[in-house]
Design a protein around this ligand. Sequence first.
Ligand code: NAI
Length: 327
Amino acid sequence: MKVAVLGASGGIGQPLSLLCKASPLIDELSLYDVVNTPGVATDLSHISTPAIVKGYLPAGDGMKDAFTGVDVFIIPAGIPRKPGMTRDDLFKINAGIVRDLVKGVAEYAPKAYVLVISNPVNSTVPIAAEVLKGAGVFDPKKLFGVTTLDIVRAETFVASLSGEKDPSKATIPVIGGHSGETIVPLFSQASPKVDIPADKLDALVNRVQFGGDEVVKAKDGAGSATLSMAYAGFRFAEKIIKAAKGEKGIVEPTFIYLPGVPGGEAIQKETGLEWFSVPVELGTSGAEKAINVVSGANDYEKKLLQACYTGLKGNIEKGVEFIKNPP
Ligand code: NAI
């Protein structure tokens, strides 16, 4: 199992690479960035775990060498938010970065899983798909927008209300997209059931939707979530890898191309969107089944979903347009 982290020297990239190096599931780790990967790779290579770590820069055949033979790409490359910025403000720079990296994926490792962390996820994942389609290698079961941090936050914030000591015991479907109102936590479908007092629900939903802003504000100009994102990104990558190795019954919400995943068409009909995050059953071929939790939403959640659909539609179109009619 060869994993590549693209943007490996960054705030997310470094702790994410550390978690990958510590994982017994990974044999080789390829670290790619426009700066500092020789240092990060050398540092990590001294850790006494089996994974062989190599660092690459773009010069010469850097991209080819870094990407060839990779099974799973995790992409946190790009600029993060500063106070006052929305994820959409990042589009101008990150859209081009993701496009160019995914061109490399299409050329050097077209069968690999691609996990996109770079924001705005609602647009960068459709961009990645258009690039892969253009190269004739798009496999919708293997392209994922990483929305795991929204789930991790929902688990944590619910536990702080319920008093549950281990937040990870909760399973909470968080669906839709990955920014503000497009993030829709379905607390009515939490397992085990959670009882949220009616007067606390609005604030809880808002905290899940805008939790990223807490971090951006607290970091005061130094960026957005990096450590919690590294945890979340690794948690998702680990599930993909375990499923690829044959483990059964793994389900995690992620942003996928609905028409390309079994079960997705019914959800597309209901949402009117091609891209949406829903719980997905993972298997040896990637996303094997999209689970329709949309139809079970209660009236309160249906209202949240309406706002989500409007925002998400525009974000998706913006991404697709970026490739179809380049600026
Ligand atoms: P950062 O600025 O600390 O790191 C980004 C890294 O990407 C830098 O090392 C930079 O050199 C590298 N990079 C830039 N252009 C590149 C290229 N063409 N090829 C390879 N590497 C390149 O940023 P940070 O905090 O690590 O955030 C990265 C991205 O992740 C941002 O877009 C941020 O918005 C996003 N993010 C996504 C989350 C999610 O839930 N999906 C949560 C938090 C952040």
